[in-house]
Design a protein around this ligand. Structure first.
Ligand SMILES: [Zn+2]
Length: 477
């Protein structure tokens, strides 16, 4: 993860510049006087764009959709006021999840590997959401300002370290220069951690989960990493102690029993993530087959085996394994998408297309289904139809760089060159490359030529992006 260093250093320096602290409003009692919710929102989006340019991400629509849906469901019963969230799924098998100011929720693939039930997964996210709802970030900044140390550098570095999920020595060194700040931050962290546990447990219970999932997760993590010289980042920022487990256990036991512990959907999504981190599809297939041999009724293992076989090119075996699953649950989107994947990979495009169309009448707004429809249209060399389908998808996911990337590709294929440059501009802005974004709009304007309404629209967007870039620079420097 050495590629992270230049950006981190630049940012740390920018943030450490003396002018920054002086420009801020004077210290008030309320944390909001230091960093306003609106500033948090803008900073959050800026960090997200920067993060996206620095870490590799998981772009599986089914996984993205699951994380977004499950977190929004938790948010409904949380204390979060500002519910405009953005998500980043980081391609790392290390256990980690984080919530950054401005409503940025980050989840590592490793959370799925470690959390054995949906309740355990949700307990980590409920805890992280509590950090957001209690505005621990803004309070942390206030505490550091009191110490008169460079304010946000340590916090920001911490968030990026967490996001990268890497114990990189370079990052550790940068964090080390802020030792005083971090020490002070820790004092607050202990209180913050307790509060996040307490409020997270309440949220879990209100959302219908069994809150005992939280101490269960902590207990298992402690057993698992007790003798590990290098525990995962999440445990470094969230030390699991006996007293913390006892605290959460006591609180959770006060809740009535009968809450939800797990779901089939979680287990199926977890199987997808497990397959991502297998060295080869063959190894994945072997592991799922062993589980299936142990219990032939284990549908999750059968599903895992089927998708491993698709990935490994064993199409006939995959078809045999999907058959009983689809017979049992003909409307399960996850099984159907596996069948679509199989048909599409083995060149049965008509079958795949009609299955997707049938499902879309049932679930018209489902993101993975709409995405796979676009993929299929492109595969059938119908870029104009794909472009139309993508416009609809953009309405529901206007800030998703993966979607904008596809839009650019598709517009290119259908010969919409101005649209291609506009889409590239949106993509680059979302991944933090404003220079390229603005340049793409120059290309678009040149193409638009004498089409005045269009070129003035492009011009207006370009000014917006320049303004955004300036705002971020001001805020950070
Ligand atoms: Zn925490």
């Amino acid at each position: 993860m050495t590629f992270l260093r230049p950006t981190l250093l630049t940012l740390a320096c920018l943030l450490a510049s003396p002018g920054f602290a002086d420009d801020l409003p004077s210290l008030g009692d309320a944390s909001s006087a230091i960093v306003s919710p609106q500033q948090e929102h803008q900073l959050g989006r800026a960090w997200l764009a920067m993060l996206r340019s620095q870490v590799s991400q998981l772009n599986d629509p089914q996984l993205k959709n699951y994380v977004e849906t499950s977190v929004y469901k938790l948010v409904e019963t949380s204390q979060l006021n500002d519910r405009r969230l953005e998500f980043i799924l980081i391609d790392s098998p290390q256990l980690n999840a984080f919530a950054a100011p401005g409503g940025i929720v980050g989840v590592n693939g490793g959370l799925f590997l470690n959390a054995q039930t949906e309740g355990e997964y949700a307990s980590v996210l409920a805890h992280e959401l509590a950090h957001l709802s209690q505005r621990h970030f803004a309070r942390g900044v206030e505490a550091q300002q009191r110490m008169q140390v460079p304010m946000m550098a340590a916090l920001l570095a911490g968030i990026i370290v967490a996001a990268a999920g890497a114990g990189d020595a370079g990052i550790a060194a940068i964090a080390g220069t802020q030792a005083a700040a971090i020490q002070e931050q820790r004092r607050f962290s202990r209180q913050n951690e307790q509060e996040a546990d307490r409020i997270g447990i309440l949220n879990l219970e209100k959302a219908g989960y069994d809150p005992r999932s939280m101490p269960s997760m902590f207990e298992r993590l402690m057993r698992q990493y007790r003798f590990d010289a290098k525990p995962p980042e999440f445990l470094l920022t969230h030390p699991v102690t006996e007293s913390r487990i006892a605290d959460t256990r006591n609180r959770a036991e006060q809740a009535p029993s009968g809450g939800r512990e797990d779901s089939m959907t979680y287990q199926l999504i977890r199987a997808r993530v497990q397959l991502i981190y297998e060295e080869t599809p063959g190894l994945g297939a072997k592991r799922f087959r062993a589980q299936l041999d142990e219990n032939p009724k284990n549908d999750v293992a059968r599903y895992g085996l089927a998708i491993a076989q698709i990935k490994g090119g064993q199409f006939d075996d995959a078809r045999e394994n999907l058959k009983p699953l689809l017979a049992k649950a003909p409307n399960e989107i996850i099984y159907n998408l596996a069948q679509v994947d199989l048909d599409s990979t083995s060149n049965r495009l008509t079958e795949a297309q009609s299955r997707v169309d049938r499902l879309l009448t049932q679930y018209p707004r489902n993101y993975p289904l709409n995405q796979v429809r676009v993929d299929l249209l492109l595969k059938q060399n119908r870029p104009a139809d794909a472009e139309k389908a993508l416009e609809a998808l953009l309405k529901s996911r206007p800030d998703d760089p993966d979607v904008w990337y596809m839009v650019a590709e598709t517009r290119g294929l259908s010969g919409n060159i101005i649209g291609l440059h506009q889409a590239r501009a949106e993509y680059f802005a979302l991944v933090g490359d404003y220079r390229q974004a603005i340049q793409q709009l120059d290309f678009a304007k040149r193409k638009a030529g004498s089409n005045f309404p269009l070129s003035s629209r492009i011009d207006a967007r370009q000014r917006e992006l320049m303004e955004q870039e300036r705002l971020i620079k001001d805020m950070m420097g």
